[in-house]
Write a protein that binds this ligand. Sequence first.
Ligand code: AMP
Ligand code: GLY
Length: 434
Amino acid sequence: MTGNRNKTRVLILGSGGRESALAQKISQSAHLDKLFVAPGNAGTLQWAENAELDPINFAQVKDFIIENDIDMLVVGPEDPLVRGIHDYFQADANFRDLAIIGPWKAGARLEGSKQFAKEFMQRAGIPTAAYASFDASQLDEAKAFLNKMQPPYVLKADGLAAGKGVLIEPDKAAAEAALEEMLVGHKFGNASDKVVIEQFLQGVELSVFVLIDGEHYMILPEAKDYKKVGEGDTGLNTGGMGSVSPVPFAGKDFMAKVEERIVKPTVAQLRKEHIPYSGFLFIGLMNVDGDPYVIEYNVRMGDPETESVMPRIDSDMVDLLWAVHDRRLDKMELKVKAEAAACVMLVSGGYPESYGKGYPIEGLGDTDKDTLLFHAGTKADTEGRVLSSGGRVLAVTTLAPTLAQALEKTYKEVEKIHFDKMYYRKDIGKDVCR
Ligand code: AMP
Ligand code: GLY
């Protein structure tokens, strides 16, 4: 841990498509000495060595960092951040030179508590849906508040609920029942000890990504993700069925509004409240008639947005991440490819409900050389075959001069891959490409 900026040894924590895309990008760095992903998956082996670590077992991560002389720790998922992995290492003087990409516990509350995030936005004057929050002792007040709102009703568990803590109920009786289940029935465990009820925002969603060094920021390419399992945005919510970048409606004017009304005040408010922050910030937005409103903050990259954002970045990622650690992001220039990226997620039939695992994946070797295969839920068996090991199995990304061309190319590549009960949406990007 000498903080070696020229021959950097990097450890990425996580095991999904997001971490695969981070690994691919980081593997291209001229400053990289060695890359590990922990625990990784069968696909991260394309670019890195996997390490059998549990990202929330900080002592285990620490031992690995010492043994392998790691200079930079990139935290993929939110869980270790919300549990304070950054604080854990900062408390130990031996790790002063370790670059940790991901905020301290205080900053991670932007994702870890919806109520905190809403109050933060209010203090900073950042546009977001009107809301109120309640605990179990306030069930009557919460129901009275619902009475004042218009349908559909948006109910959010305050804490982390693995992306499932938001319910949108079309009628009041269902909303009241859901509220009671959350607050009193502990539907999401402790995460729903408090519930945020907020105004429904009508519009198109957009994911904006920002690198923050505590003082300066850099806006990365935006993306749109497709959350519903069914075509035409129907059916259950998933972890994401595909993504595209850039997003045609997020033109210069709209992104200028995002920067002035949301990004700048967010970074300024973090400083004002002495909340240290270093790493990625993902701002989930709703474009309401041309004006951006924040739906949520996440203190990490998005998945599967990372799978279309990272391939578009031309800058050296390790270089950028050292600038985050050194607080000199203002001295850096972001280089973005002119090409568009389209990512389609291949899932196991039945997902996000019950689905099978362990299906051999065929055709991985038949795709074009420049097609990116970001494994999300895979593992290698003893004979080296790649098997599915999750609901979301594989993200396929291609780049092309236009988004329409990238989508066409990605779907052509998808047809070369097969596993039992494979399912994917055939309409990714169609809505924004028209
Ligand atoms: P989250 O788990 O916070 O990402 O929320 C899940 C999804 O719920 C979001 O991606 C939106 O599609 C939707 N959502 C959350 N808040 C609102 C809102 N205030 N108005 C409309 N849709 C919302
Ligand atoms: N794509 C949404 C998320 O990563 O939370």
